[in-house]
Design a protein around this ligand. Structure first.
Ligand code: IMP
Ligand code: MG
Length: 182
């Protein structure tokens, strides 16, 4: 496995984003909404750099993936979703890959009466987009390679790494087609 983005670069970029959010959302009721499970680490770090009153919300998006990167059927679990009426929502996710996840969750949040919705992802993968929309903000642009760490998993492992790493072919092992939280 090879480090693509070291932990200190992530920390600096997250802090810059937190500063921007602090300036942009001052005086507005902010809900930072994380897409489980991949946004967990990013969400936890980001909210501690935002110097505003805010609420946290969560929802879960899962897809059936036969291989490491092929998009499958998306399932959004809204059981944890708080009331969003009149809230300004910053949607946070780990990575914009094909874009199907973000497109689906943005549509869901808009349908729940949010006053505004913006998205911020840690990573944007080049050359993979299959939807018309783009994330409003991304911290890093990465090549089309499978990455893990800082919340991102392979077969539900490696999420705890403090940096983002590229999985090399010998790190990839075949898994049965499984339903794992993205
Ligand atoms: P989408 O294709 O933009 O809908 O991305 C869906 C989800 O796939 C992301 O939220 C991630 O959980 C997962 N994903 C996409 N690319 C990678 C990767 O390189 N490593 C780990 N997970 C990924
Ligand atoms: Mg995800």
């Amino acid at each position: 496995m090879k480090t693509l983005i070291p932990a200190d670069e992530i920390r600096d970029a997250v802090a810059r984003l937190g500063g921007e959010i602090t300036r942009e959302y001052a005086g507005r009721p902010l809900t930072v909404l994380g897409v489980l499970n991949g946004s967990l680490v990013f969400l936890a770090d980001l909210i501690r750099t935002i110097d505003l009153p805010l609420r946290i919300g969560l929802l879960q998006a899962s897809s059936y993936r036969g291989t490491a990167t092929s998009p499958g059927d998306l399932v959004v679990n809204e059981e944890l979703l708080p009331t969003l009426d009149g809230r300004h929502v910053l949607l946070v996710d780990d990575i914009f890959d094909t874009g199907h996840t973000l497109e689906a969750v943005v549509a869901l949040v808009k349908s729940r009466g949010a006053a505004s919705v913006q998205s911020a992802v840690l990573l944007r993968k080049q050359g993979r987009r299959q939807v018309l929309s783009e994330p409003d903000r991304h911290l890093f642009e990465i090549p089309n390679e499978f990455v893990v760490g800082y919340g991102l998993d392979y077969a539900d492992e490696y999420r705890h790494l403090p940096h983002v790493a590229v999985l090399e072919p010998e790190d990839l092992r075949p898994t049965a087609s499984n339903d794992h939280p993205s």
